[in-house]
Design a protein around this ligand. Structure first.
Ligand code: SF4
Length: 212
């Protein structure tokens, strides 16, 4: 059964990749996380400035550590940084050689959806880095914009609230209730209908569940 599901998922990813290409993104499909990680390491080489947006997918693949071990400089914010230190990191990431992140949803008609609290990732995926690489497991695939926004709020955002130990009401409710408190983590939606003109974006689609 698992094998049959994997075959179906591969087809879903191939369909999403074809739609992304129609929307001017580069897109590749990988059988596994390690295969995607190896391809990214080969693409990056060494000596690059690599911006990393907060991403459980990127962390799950061990990419910051592997890229640093290969001789690249990793630009990412860390817990305990002051607001000014974070601002400096986010601005530096906009000028990176490669920006690495993961969307909350990839639609079968080739759109990419991000929802952020700060918006530094949203800014970076629109313009700035020389190249952007977005990695998404098959769990991020959604039928269309509406379903993608639904999963971004009702799956990804709630899982992130739990990870970040936020007590926003979605955690107790198990669904987004469009809260209004200061701890809300969903403030900015970045929806890429097509590749922004001056950007260079590769989407790596992986046939396994990764991140939220
Ligand atoms: S309830 Fe608030 S924090 Fe939770 S998913 Fe909805 S908007 Fe985001």
């Amino acid at each position: 059964m698992e094998k049959h599901r994997q075959t179906l998922n591969l087809k879903l990813l191939q369909n999403a990749a074809a739609a992304l290409r129609k929307n001017n993104f580069a897109a590749e499909v990988y059988e596994s996380g390690p295969a995607a990680a190896a391809a990214l390491l080969a693409l990056a080489g060494r000596g690059k400035k690599i911006g990393v947006g907060g991403s459980m997918t990127v962390a799950a693949l061990g990419l910051p550590e592997a890229l640093a071990a290969a001789g690249n400089e990793i630009i990412t914010h860390k817990p305990g940084m002051s607001p000014e230190e974070k601002r400096a990191v986010w601005l530096a990431a906009l000028a990176s050689d490669i920006y690495l992140a993961s969307p909350q949803a990839v639609t079968l008609d080739g759109k990419l959806i991000f929802i952020d609290g700060n918006g530094n990732r949203g800014a970076a995926v629109i313009y700035g880095p020389r190249k952007t690489v977005l990695i998404a497991g098959v769990n991020k695939i959604a039928k269309d914009e509406e379903e993608g926004l639904w999963r971004s709020r009702n799956v990804a955002a709630i899982a992130n609230n739990i990870r970040l130990e936020k007590d926003n009401p979605c955690v107790a409710a198990g669904r987004c209730v469009d809260c209004a408190g200061k701890s809300r983590i969903c403030n900015a939606v970045t929806l890429l209908w097509k590749k922004p003109s001056a950007s260079d974006i590769l989407v790596m689609l992986v046939n396994e569940d990764l991140g939220y």
